[in-house]
Design a protein around this ligand. Structure first.
Ligand code: CTP
Length: 416
């Protein structure tokens, strides 16, 4: 039977993990290769108990990577180079241990270091006993990895090869994994594929002296979620992030900054962009002077006055500049007269849309900022107002990215 070369010129790295389902990886290699892909394989130590490097190298026609530190092998290449060279990484079978290692960012073996270093999309095909799959720890890892931008296919319902138990946990069949690989390539070549989108995220820290700074409660979760979903939709994403306790999203060019002035410089350097989404909670003021030594308490003085100066308004500057992206989106954090303030900001700053959220503290004293959920209203400069129900920040990101995709679809329709 003639098979269409749907994966021709694609460079795929297959990580075969330790599971009885590893035998199916042999067929997966054949299926990928007959569609035109170049397949190189990392065979983990645990996987070597199930399949041999010799069988893999015969099927791939390539050197098989088995060990992080085998410098003696002339064909071994640096894990960073390998991580950068590939178009997609497929992990099949992906064991519960691999999921746990990935969720924690362990680079303790060759596969782990490549997964940490890559910017390529990663598709995992889990395989494990149903009880292990349903364990809260595994489900927690899946949720974390999905947030990190990892894609999954399966597992399926069925009987397990090793224990005869039935349930969810069986690795998808090679042909379904191939279909997932093909559709992921199509998805990533979606409407945003040729778009460069700039996102700012997190707070800024404005130093006062070597130990103190001004900041706010922004966690960066919303901005990072937007960058992650944009990258998953195929966009080329630059994320300018203030100090946050979050990992850099997979497949995103992340630039770390501390202050509003640094954020402005990084944003300007990242232009041109097709769209810019200003999610960061930029500090409005900074101390006029940064003391080189720690400011000491003066005895008997209960008060201190600080001289502050306004920071540049990055959104407003970019929206009014000659290099303005086609679509400029702002966020507005408000605690009173929420919609009125947001509308005024939308026009004053020159954005196309503004996403407004009420960040007042709840009656119990807890705050909205920093949480995993958000409730927003989207206002556009043509006076369209849309209130979204309370949602997970990733779901908000997905809805927003859909709106951005529709915007560019409409624009390309107008040009035709
Ligand atoms: N913003 C910016 N640069 C600043 C301040 C804000 O780019 N120096 C952007 C934010 O990223 C956000 C929007 O402007 O997209 C609104 O931010 P917000 O903090 O709600 O408004 P402010 O301009 O700070 O106004 P105010 O503090 O008076 O509410």
């Amino acid at each position: 039977m003639l098979v269409a070369h749907t994966l021709s010129s694609k460079n795929i790295l297959l990580i075969i993990g330790g599971s009885i389902a590893a035998y199916k990886a042999l067929d997966l290699i054949r299926r990928l290769r007959e569609r035109g892909a170049r397949v190189r394989v990392i065979l983990t130590k645990a996987a070597q108990a199930f399949v041999t490097p010799l069988a893999i190298s015969v099927l791939t026609g390539e050197h098989v990577f088995t060990n992080l530190f085998s410098c003696s092998d002339a064909q071994d290449i640096n894990h960073i180079r390998l991580a950068r060279e590939v178009d997609m990484i497929v992990i099949a079978p992906c064991s519960s241990t691999r999921l746990a290692k990935m969720a924690c960012g362990f680079g303790t073996d060759f596969a782990g270091t490549v997964l940490l270093a890559t910017r390529a999309p990663v598709l995992a095909a889990p395989a494990m006993n149903p009880a292990m799959w349903n364990h809260p720890a595994t489900q927690r890892n899946i949720a974390q990895l999905t947030k990190d931008g990892i894609f999954f296919t399966g597992p399926e319902n069925g009987e397990m090869a090793e224990c005869g138990e039935a349930g969810e946990g069986r690795m998808s069949e090679p042909l379904s994994i191939v279909a997932a690989v093909e559709s992921l390539f199509v998805q990533l070549k979606g409407f945003l594929a040729d778009k460069h989108i700039l996102v700012t995220s997190g707070p800024t820290h404005e130093p006062l002296d070597p130990v103190r700074y001004f900041a706010n409660r922004s966690s960066g979760k919303q901005g990072h979620a937007i960058a992650t979903v944009l990258a998953r939709s195929g966009a080329h994403v630059t994320l300018v992030s203030g100090p946050v306790a979050l990992a850099d999203p997979t497949g995103v060019n992340t630039i770390h900054v501390e202050t509003a002035q640094q954020m402005r410089a990084a944003v300007l350097a990242a232009l041109p962009a097709d769209a810019a989404i200003f999610v960061a909670a930029v500090a409005d003021w900074r101390p006029v002077a940064i003391a080189s030594k720690k400011i000491k308490k003066q005895p008997n003085f209960g008060q201190i006055s600080l001289n502050m100066i306004a920071n540049p308004d990055i959104l407003s500057e970019i929206a009014h500049s000659k290099r303005r992206p086609q679509l400029v989106i702002g966020f507005a954090a408000e605690t009173f007269d929420v919609l009125e303030h947001a509308k005024a900001k939308l026009f004053r700053k020159g954005a196309d849309w503004i996403i407004v959220n009420d960040v007042s503290r709840r009656p119990d004293g807890s705050g909205i900022m920093g949480g995993d959920q958000n409730k927003v209203t989207v206002m556009s400069c043509d006076n369209n107002v849309e209130s979204w129900p309370q949602m997970d920040k990733t779901t908000i990101a997905e809805k927003l990215v859909q709106r951005i995709t529709d915007f560019f679809k409409d624009k390309s329709g107008e040009q035709m």
